[in-house]
Write a protein that binds this ligand. Structure first.
Ligand SMILES: NC(=O)c1ccc[n+]([C@@H]2O[C@H](COP(=O)([O-])OP(=O)(O)OC[C@H]3O[C@@H](n4cnc5c(N)ncnc54)[C@H](OP(=O)(O)O)[C@@H]3O)[C@@H](O)[C@H]2O)c1
Length: 296
């Protein structure tokens, strides 16, 4: 596969996008941010900006001219728009497409979680088809587990930093993976620097395989104080999630996730040996340093 130089990032202005854009710039790629016409997003000065109407194939095609790779960090609600972007990417001669995955391993999920993540799963089918029909086109899916640093800040992992409170689900000892946003950026840049080994593959990366209790210990030691702990049972969330989904309420995803990640004995977490960190040449990330930075 020839070298990738020009990279288009879609949705590069959201929670994850800026870390991906920065890592690509740092790695020496020429980055173009595709952004909605109505978007007020801003980007670093080194980034070219293309305003796109995603409902128009010619608008997408124009923005993708000359791009070697497309990285999509598009919002969850807009995932389906990637169908047209994939189609135009193939026509534009894009060599690698990285879809907006960046969460739990969508190839392993079951039940309600699988239903909610259906669009991501269906897109993998589209990418596989496109790669089979066009040998110059390829894709890589990246599962990252939870956005770790972001998740700690927004309370997604059960920690309320301001009030030094933790919600621990079941025993708090179930392993799960999380990845810091800059680390996801490094993974994307590494894939595009050495695209051959990850062509048409779904891979998992993570900053850490950890547990809620390990994180709580780090928070208590780094903040020098005991935190208030509330225990919650994941079985309750399993019931709530099923009831919500039966009514078509996709906000049940947060409840399903609690069960998927934290329920005792589920064993859903990738092990260190499942991760592609080493193959991608990624450095070791540091849980303590992350907790310290989040506290600061
Ligand atoms: N693992 C985790 O813990 C975790 C957490 C959150 C999200 N995720 C996943 O990570 C990926 C990126 O999520 P994110 O939270 O970074 O996304 P986000 O911040 O919600 O949105 C990313 C960008 O998408 C564009 N966008 C928003 N609405 C759009 C629409 N209706 N049509 C087209 N574009 C739209 C915007 O860019 P412009 O304004 O520039 O157009 C926005 O900045 C998703 O696949 C999501 O499911 C994972």
């Amino acid at each position: 596969m020839s070298t990738i130089k020009n990279v288009a990032v879609i949705g590069g202005s959201g929670n994850l996008g800026p870390a991906v854009v920065q890592a690509l710039l740092d790695a020496g790629f020429s980055v173009t941010a595709l952004t909605r016409i109505e978007s007020k997003a801003t980007f670093p000065s080194a980034v070219k900006v293309a305003k796109v109407d995603y409902s128009s194939s010619s608008s997408i095609a124009e923005a993708l001219k000359g791009q070697d790779a497309v990285v999509s960090t598009i919002a969850t609600l807009a995932l389906k728009q990637q169908e047209a972007i994939i189609e135009e990417s193939v026509k534009a001669g894009v060599k690698r497409f990285i879809p907006s995955e960046f969460g739990v391993n969508t190839q392993k999920v079951t039940g309600g979680t699988k239903k909610i993540l259906g669009t991501k799963i269906a897109l993998q089918g589209e990418l596989e088809k496109a790669a089979k029909a066009n040998p110059d086109f390829s894709w890589t899916g990246i599962s990252t587990g939870l956005f770790f640093d972001w998740g700690l800040k927004v309370g997604f992992l059960g920690f309320n930093i301001k009030e030094k409170k933790a919600t621990i689900f079941d025993s708090g000892n179930e392993p799960f993976t999380g990845t810091n946003l800059p680390y996801i950026g490094l993974a994307v840049a590494s894939i595009l620097k050495n695209p051959a080994s990850t062509a048409n593959k779904y891979i998992e990366v993570a900053s850490f395989v950890t547990t809620q209790n390990e994180i709580l210990k780090a928070f208590e030691e780094e903040s020098g104080s005991k935190w208030t702990v509330e225990k919650k049972d994941t079985e309750t969330f399993a019931k709530i999630a099923d009831e919500k989904l039966a009514k078509g309420d996709y906000s049940s995803f947060g409840d399903f996730l609690k069960v998927y990640l934290f329920a005792d004995g589920k064993g859903q977490s990738p092990k260190e040996s499942d991760l592609a960190n080493k193959e991608l040449g990624l450095p070791k990330d540091d849980l303590r340093a992350t907790v310290k930075a989040v506290l600061a």
